[in-house]
Write a protein that binds this ligand. Structure first.
Ligand SMILES: Cc1cc2nc3c(=O)[nH]c(=O)nc-3n(C[C@H](O)[C@H](O)[C@H](O)COP(=O)(O)O)c2cc1C
Length: 155
């Protein structure tokens, strides 16, 4: 199976997760590519597409949203798809209004997943999320292993 893992990453955390996922897939042919560097035509021949983005202002990154929008209708028909995000872990120290806003507006993985399905993709795994400790990281301990497990759950 030919797989493509697309990621956006400002501080390197989502890239680390994307690379861990790419490795854990255990496939002979997997590319892990920054989303701004890919053209929709490069999806030809891909059987599994995974899209990962940092959650920013409760949404996917601008480049991720632009890429998804640029995909022609039904361009993912016959392809397996999955989405993941990185996000800040809520703790006792997280301001209440942020928890409230996150409760209403959510995170990036779910809407990215919806877009992938809307473009014709077949769900390969439920949306995944991986925690970072501060706004710029690092990743919470164990999250790369968590990402590898998530990748191994792809059907
Ligand atoms: C401008 C900005 C907005 C952010 N908004 C959110 C948010 O709405 N929810 C959240 O959980 N984390 C938020 N974060 C934390 C990011 O999710 C975190 O920076 C990201 O996971 C790091 O991944 P990266 O190193 O790949 O960029 C925000 C961070 C920044 C800098």
């Amino acid at each position: 199976m030919k797989a493509l893992v697309l990621f956006e990453s400002f501080f390197g955390n989502t890239e680390k997760v994307a690379r861990a996922i790419g490795t854990a897939l255990g496939l002979a042919d997997t590319d892990v590519v920054r989303i701004s560097e890919i053209k929709p035509a490069q999806l030809d021949g891909i059987e599994l597409l995974i899209v990962g983005t940092p959650t920013r202002a409760f949404q996917a990154s601008p480049d991720t949203k632009a890429f998804l929008k640029s995909l022609p209708a039904n361009s993912l028909t016959g392809k397996k798809v999955a989405a993941f995000d990185t996000r800040a872990e809520m703790t006792d120290k997280t301001p209440g209004f942020l928890k409230f806003m996150a409760g209403i507006f959510g995170y990036a993985a779910e809407p990215v997943n919806k877009q992938l399905l809307k473009k014709g993709g077949t769900q390969a795994q439920t949306p995944g999320w991986f925690y970072i400790l501060d706004s710029e990281g690092p990743l919470k301990d164990g999250e790369l292993e968590h990402a590898a497990e998530w990748a191994k759950g792809i059907k």
